[in-house]
Design a protein around this ligand. Structure first.
Ligand code: NAD
Length: 435
């Protein structure tokens, strides 16, 4: 089937109304749940082969579906009666907000959390859309496994996976979709948005960026170091919310480096540590090696183990750098941690404010006034105070970036509603309709 035929088959299915009823949507989700629970080990093994990481991604999907099937689909999707506030005569009027699905949704996912970043497909199906999922060519084991499983559990007009790299996505983007949800880097985000603009297709963009970590002199450095190192070891720092760089004072820097080195040494040998993943692909290994060859920073810590391109094993390093260093030229997305020395807290705030808005921003301090100023005076997708990344683990709040780190929200109610339109219905002359 060509991409055009596939999209048309899904559109026809959507227009038949088959995806609309609550019963059908529940059946679709039960199917998805079966796919994840009956094959969780296979999915886990595929992700391990791609990333050398122990993964619980299938269970994140199952939890998501259980929440929806446990009453949230009804709650988030039901028509809401609203008061009629109008300057006109309003006798015998009733008004509602009805949530309607959008149609054919394209979900494009990256390699770093290949299954978790495919999960917006659950929200889109739950709200009554059909879905085409494009998996990443850089996670080939996951991609092949998911393609085969979706084929086994779903009719292609409801949900299907498309594999391939840039030429395939480029061809796919010639088609008209009713919503595109893209997770990946900001450069490709612009390509997606440009393609969507042709058809005025709305987009949700979950992008990356450089997440700052402010370490104030009053911070508990042992705790700070453990939390920063976790974000650099887990998935080898290939996380959209990982600590990208640290801002701290000259006085705090050596104490922080000592604390970081202690945590890394305790976690060594890293080759055998199941919490330390590998770089996804030689291409990214080479990208990081190039950054390392270009940095003018001072090497402050280096693990004893040697890097190995064949095994895509890149041990952690900590550098002291200046603002214009190569390590500040792009999102690091790896186990390298640069530290920039600042005069004081005001300089840190100014630094964060004058750079692109990141997906996550973090501060370690015991001073509530500083934490408060950090929230009010910097701009980012979300903030965690005295930890990194954790705000994104909450399932009851919206998740998403702002500016260069993206647009639109996912997770829970916000994910479900992202794939719907709020349609206002005004009923006059006392007509009794059941919505
Ligand atoms: P990637 O290389 O897997 O690309 C993502 C998707 O875009 C893939 O499906 C790929 O085939 C497609 N793609 C690549 N080049 C394209 C092109 N020229 N035209 C059309 N499609 C193209 O993943 P990546 O971009 O390296 O992923 C890492 C980035 O994703 C980081 O910036 C990270 O911060 C971000 N990210 C963000 C989130 C979030 O929730 N905000 C989550 C995970 C990753």
């Amino acid at each position: 089937m060509s991409y055009h035929q596939l999209v048309e088959a899904q559109r026809e299915h959507f227009h038949s109304g088959a995806t609309r009823s609550l019963e059908n949507r529940k059946e679709t989700l039960k199917n998805y749940r079966a796919l994840l629970s009956e094959n969780s080990q296979q999915l886990h093994d595929a992700i391990y082969q791609d990333l050398h990481r122990v993964s619980d991604e299938a269970h994140a999907g199952i939890r998501n579906i259980d929440e929806l099937l446990g009453g949230k689909m009804e709650e988030w999707g039901k028509p809401v009666e609203v008061g009629v506030e109008t300057p006109f005569d309003k006798n015998q009027d009733k008004a509602y907000i009805v949530r309607e699905p959008l149609g054919v949704v394209l979900v494009i996912s990256p390699w770093n959390f290949p299954l978790i970043c495919s999960l917006p497909s659950i929200s889109a199906l739950a709200s009554g859309n059909t879905v085409i999922l494009k998996t990443s060519e850089l996670a080939p084991h996951y991609s092949k496994t998911m393609t085969a499983l979706v084929k086994k559990y779903f009719a292609p007009e409801v949900f299907t996976v498309v594999e391939g790299a840039v030429p395939e996505v480029t061809e796919l983007l010639q088609e008209r979709f009713d919503h595109i949800m893209y997770t990946g880097n900001p450069t490709v985000g612009k390509i997606i948005m440009t393609a969507a603009a042709k058809n005025l297709t709305p987009v949700t963009l979950e992008l990356g960026g450089k997440n700052p970590v402010l370490v104030e002199p009053d911070a508990d450095l042992e705790d700070t170091a453990k939390k920063i190192v976790f974000s650099k070891m887990f998935n080898c720092g290939q996380i959209c919310l990982s600590s990208d760089y640290v801002l701290t004072t000259a006085e705090t820097k050596p104490k922080l480096v000592e604390a970081l080195a202690k945590v890394y040494k305790e976690a060594s040998p890293l080759k055998d540590n199941k919490g330390f993943a590998r770089i996804i692909h030689e291409r990214h290994f080479d990208r990081l090696s190039t950054l390392l060859s270009k940095t003018n920073g001072e090497l402050l810590f280096e693990a004893e183990e040697r890097q190995n391109r064949e095994e895509k094993f890149l041990p952690p390093r900590v550098y002291g750098i200046k603002e214009d260093d190569a390590l500040m030229s792009e999102e690091i997305f790896g186990p390298i941690l640069p530290i920039i020395t600042v005069k004081d807290f005001d300089e840190s705030l100014k630094f964060v404010k004058t750079h692109e808005k990141p997906l996550g921003a973090y501060i370690f301090t015991k001073d509530p006034k500083k934490a408060d100023r950090f929230v009010r005076e910097t701009y980012s997708g979300g903030v965690t105070i005295n930890d990194v990344m954790k705000h994104a683990f909450m399932t009851n709040v919206p998740f998403g970036g702002v500016g260069n780190s993206g647009m639109g929200k996912i997770h829970g109610r916000h994910g479900f509603q992202a794939f719907t339109h709020e349609k206002v219905v005004l009923v006059r002359n006392d007509l009794d309709i059941q919505l």
